[in-house]
Design a protein around this ligand. Structure first.
Ligand code: NI
Length: 386
């Protein structure tokens, strides 16, 4: 069955929800307005239960089918990013410095549309749990919901997620079994020397020079220390010293960056290599360097084999075809935590050509709403066929 006609009818309404969320972006766990709207709509649609406050600001809606049976989870993310929007769209963000630049507004709207349809039709046996999580963009909202017993409490036996991709044609689907999205670690490196007058560097330990050498030396972790068959990224993204003056050698410098990896052994070796490189490079300048991780790490997101097939079959039914060998992405995704707690799979839906995710000119493509909603419904009805 292709895209369902009902979603062509509902498109203007769902697009309105999406644009309202877009105009009112919220960050991290602080998604109170968004979560309030989601909970109110789910009640409006006639969901049998709506539970708020799971994983702080997460929402779960339960929709029972016409007969008892299994329970599956369908998950969307609700949070925006700390970016100032530059699309110039009529529905652009009204909040300076906050923007839905990853399409989570679209994800939330599409899952709401699917919930409405499923609550109207109930053409399945068992229970659909629609799951709306906060804090995907850092903060590990998925982990917070899992810690709040999301899976056990509702008896969720399979869980699925979907993310839009500007790299795919509008409405096309792509998926792969096994490792799909990279593990994400956030680095903070504190470098300490001995500050002093820039005119007399011989009386100082030049922190800026030591930190610069560390940035360069870190490039050897991937190129010289890692099995070339194993993907790994080490990026240094920030370099700050505690002085802003032209004539002062600072005492301290902070570097920030990220590691992206797809297996535990490569990740652990990279961390050990980074620690060695920064400590010994700093020491060679008479400075010291320490490594910290100041954000919750995201594990590698691994699609389960059987559920990947189920997700792909539903996508094929909706779109006619599906790319089932999608390339791995070095982006991270905290749905990884849900897939560690429960079998499931994560699929990409094409956003069509647009600015990239996390770009100030990115916007979710409303034209894909009927396709995304149809995939959710197709998947639920297939997995809970009476
Ligand atoms: Ni995202």
């Amino acid at each position: 069955m292709p895209v369902r006609n009902r979603f062509a009818e509902l498109l203007p309404e769902i697009r309105e929800w999406r644009r309202d969320l877009h105009m009112n972006p919220e960050l991290g766990y602080d998604v109170h307005r968004t979560a309030g709207i989601v909970a109110a709509k789910l009640r409006d649609f006639g969901c049998d239960e709506v539970i708020e406050g799971i994983g702080r600001t997460g929402i779960v809606g339960l929709i029972h089918g016409r007969a008892p049976g299994r329970t599956i989870g369908l998950r969307a993310d609700m949070d925006a990013l700390p970016i100032t929007e530059a699309t110039g769209a009529d529905h652009a963000s009204t909040v300076p410095g906050k923007m839905h630049a990853c399409g989570h507004d679209g994800h939330t709207a599409m899952l709401l549309g699917a919930a409405r349809y499923l609550a109207e039709t109930r053409n399945f046996a068992g229970t659909v749990a629609v799951v709306f999580q906060p804090a995907e963009e850092g903060g590990a909202g998925a982990e917070a919901m899992v810690q709040d017993d999301l899976i056990g409490r509702f008896g969720i036996e399979e869980i699925y997620g979907m993310h839009n991709s500007p790299l795919l044609p509008a409405g096309a689907f792509a998926i792969r079994p096994g490792p799909f999205y990279a593990a994400v670690d956030s680095l903070r490196i504190e470098v300490r020397g001995k500050g002093g007058h820039a005119a007399r560097p011989n009386n100082t330990v030049d922190t800026t020079l030591a930190a610069s050498a560390i940035v360069m030396a870190l490039q050897s972790v991937v190129s010289r220390n890692t099995d070339p068959q194993q993907p790994l990224v080490v990026s240094v993204t920030a370099f700050r010293t505690d002085s802003d003056a032209f004539n002062v050698i600072p005492d301290a410098a902070t570097l920030r960056g990220t590691i992206r990896s797809f297996d535990d052994a490569t990740r652990e070796k990279a961390i050990a290599d980074i620690r060695r490189v920064i400590e010994l490079t700093a020491a060679s300048y008479g400075a010291t360097a320490t490594l910290e991780f100041d954000e919750v790490p995201y594990p590698v997101m691994v699609n389960h084999d059987a559920e990947t097939v189920h997700a792909a079959e539903a996508a094929r039914a909706v779109a006619g075809e599906v790319k089932s060998d999608a390339p791995r992405t070095t982006g991270g995704e905290d749905f990884a935590y849900m897939l560690r707690a429960c079998p499931g799979a994560y699929i990409q839906i094409g956003n069509g050509p647009s600015a990239g995710l996390h770009h100030p000119k990115y916007d979710f493509n409303d034209e894909i709403i009927p396709t995304g909603c149809s995939w959710w419904v197709e998947l639920a009805e297939r997995r809970l066929s009476a």
